[in-house]
Design a protein around this ligand. Structure first.
Ligand code: NOJ
Length: 551
């Protein structure tokens, strides 16, 4: 499906690499298991760096690899300066960062500022020190409401469903104060009005930047500041009026972080996890003295529908333009349903609240659309995120209920399947007890791999020009080489009506994606550079093509 082209080839510019980078997301527990204990680790990643170089990625973002009780897959950090022993050591991380950089791959680490682990030394000290202590001021400890203090201080609802406050027990066994946790009780929220919290996080940034990290991904970035009056959430909060989401004071924190990042000879990059429906408020995080980029979840949540995706692309680019920040394009991550499964469903949008066991999906259709989506997102201006395993076309796995570990499942009282289905360890080989995830005969992977993943393994796809892996490899290399994709211009083209997304990037390149049912004839003189499926003079339904256009 690949043909050669006359388009000019040029190396990627070295500065502002993040504006158009391809960033591969590694979930360390599930990428590669070097020591055979069933859990992925840094030794495993080090052994697979050549694969990532060949895939054509510019950077790797690691979900948290720090010491953690893993109550929320590592987003409950016990110690930012220690690698969890299940993953390796700090020396392993330093070696990994350096080795990747030698291959031209930068490292982005995850920072989780909203909360820490309940086993972090600060929280243990706060529990031990008791009400009114300075140690408790680093968190949101409150007396309960009601005559016995047995009612929660607020009725805020957790992003993980359920309560956001847990009551402590005093040393004498009597019920004590409550503490705030927007996620699980094992993830107490820290108080960003406290100077220790600000200082500590800036020090953590420096700790990792000094070790060669090229940037950070900021977890739950819009949640960190709370209204100290702790009011209830208004029915329809106006901008900045929500007590724990997107408060105006938040920008001061990220301005401070930007100063830290800019202090380095190669400035470090801030990437925000900002879930906000309001595009203008979203863009405020991307002003020139704040974050460099933020994840575009609007696009990820939309269904496979030309009108919806066009609207998302248009509003995304419009929102980013005034602040001069590049957009990002994200098809999935470790929290959401894999694209192959999602795009094969009747409702192919994504919504956390709608996840249910047994939702049917046509995986052939989903795969066809996921291939087209890979070319669509790969051709858009901005940075591209690829979640591990999407380049293999892995579907969401059905993890047996008794093996599920994700707290989202338990907090929904078993209604929500949770996020483990997209976190199953990768298949590298056709054979072997863990399909090459770990050494043959090692411990079983921490989540079971479906048997039919042997044929989705890297080995099975490697030499197959029709495979998802080959499509990704070719697309990522072409994306780097085609000069037309280096600038940030996009011009919509009218080629075949409302069900077709077609746009030019520069004079000589176009991307056409057919989301309708009628084949779309290729423009006269167009040269097919890459196609997500068979193309014979026309682009069929659910197919995307990259075209070289005559000048
Ligand atoms: C977003 C992360 O991506 C998710 O995995 C985590 O559970 C929450 N933030 C809480 O840290």
């Amino acid at each position: 499906m690949t043909t050669t082209s006359d388009a000019t080839l040029e190396p990627r510019p070295a500065d502002e690499w993040w504006r158009s980078a391809v960033i591969y997301q590694i979930y360390p527990r599930s990428f590669a298991d070097g020591n055979g204990d069933g859990t992925g680790d840094l030794a495993g990643v080090r052994s697979r760096l050549g694969y990532l170089r060949d895939l054509g990625v510019d950077a790797i973002w690691y979900t948290p690899w720090y010491a953690s009780p893993l109550a929320d897959g590592g987003y409950d950090v016990r110690d930012y300066r220690t690698i969890d022993p299940a993953f390796g050591s700090l020396a392993d991380a330093e070696a990994l960062i350096a080795e990747a950089r030698e291959l031209g791959i930068r490292t982005i680490v995850d920072v989780v500022p909203n909360h820490i682990s309940s086993e972090h030394e600060w929280f243990r000290a706060a529990l031990a020190a008791g009400p009114g202590s300075p140690e408790r001021e680093r968190f949101w400890f409150q007396d309960g409401k009601g005559p016995d203090g047995d009612q929660m201080p607020t009725g805020w609802v957790s992003s993980f469903q359920g309560d956001t406050w847990t009551r402590t027990t005093n040393p004498d066994g009597t019920p004590g104060q409550w503490y705030l946790h927007l996620f699980t009780p094992e993830q107490p929220d820290v108080n960003w009005n406290h100077p220790d919290v600000r200082q500590e996080h800036e020090d953590v940034l420096r700790f990792w930047f000094d070790r060669g990290a090229a940037g950070i991904r900021i977890d739950s970035a819009a949640l960190i500041i709370k209204d100290p009056a702790l009011p209830e959430v208004p029915a329809t909060p106006g901008p900045g009026e929500h007590p724990h989401l997107d408060r105006d004071e938040i920008h001061d924190v990220y301005r401070g972080w930007r100063r830290v990042a800019d202090d380095y000879a190669e400035p470090r990059v801030l990437v925000g996890e900002v879930w906000l429906a309001d595009h203008e408020r979203f863009a405020q995080y991307l002003r020139s003295d704040e974050m460099h980029t933020a994840f575009n979840f609007d696009f990820m949540a939309r269904p496979w529908d030309a009108k919806e995706l066009r609207e998302s692309i248009r509003t995304t680019l419009e929102a980013h333009a005034p602040v001069g920040a590049p957009a990002t394009w994200v098809l999935s991550n470790h929290d959401v349903t894999r694209p192959v499964t999602r795009y094969g469903r009747e409702d192919s949008s994504f919504d956390f609240a709608a996840k249910r066991f047994g939702t049917p999906s046509d995986l052939d259709l989903g795969t066809c659309r996921a291939r087209a989506a890979a070319l669509l997102t790969g051709a858009l201006p901005g940075a591209l995120y690829v979640y591990q395993g999407d380049e293999l076309g892995l579907p969401e796995a059905d993890v047996p209920r008794e093996l599920i570990q994700d707290p989202m499942h338990f907090r929904s009282e078993g209604v929500d399947p949770g996020r483990d289905g997209c976190r199953v360890p990768l298949p590298w080989t056709r054979t072997g007890s863990s399909l090459g995830f770990g050494p043959d005969g090692g411990a079983a992977p921490w989540l079971p791999q479906p048997a039919d993943w042997a044929e989705r393994s890297v080995q099975a796809q490697d030499g197959d020009p029709e495979s998802m892996l080959s499509l990704y490899r070719t697309a990522l290399h072409l994306r780097r080489e085609l000069t037309a994709l280096h600038d940030e211009e996009l011009t919509w083209l009218d080629l075949g009506g409302d069900d077709v997304l077609a746009f030019a990037r520069g004079a000589g390149f176009a991307c056409v994606v057919n989301l309708g049912t009628t084949p779309v004839p290729l423009p006269a003189g167009a040269d097919v550079l890459l196609a997500s499926g068979p193309v014979d003079g026309a682009v069929g339904p659910d197919i995307a093509v990259w075209l070289g256009l005559p000048s």
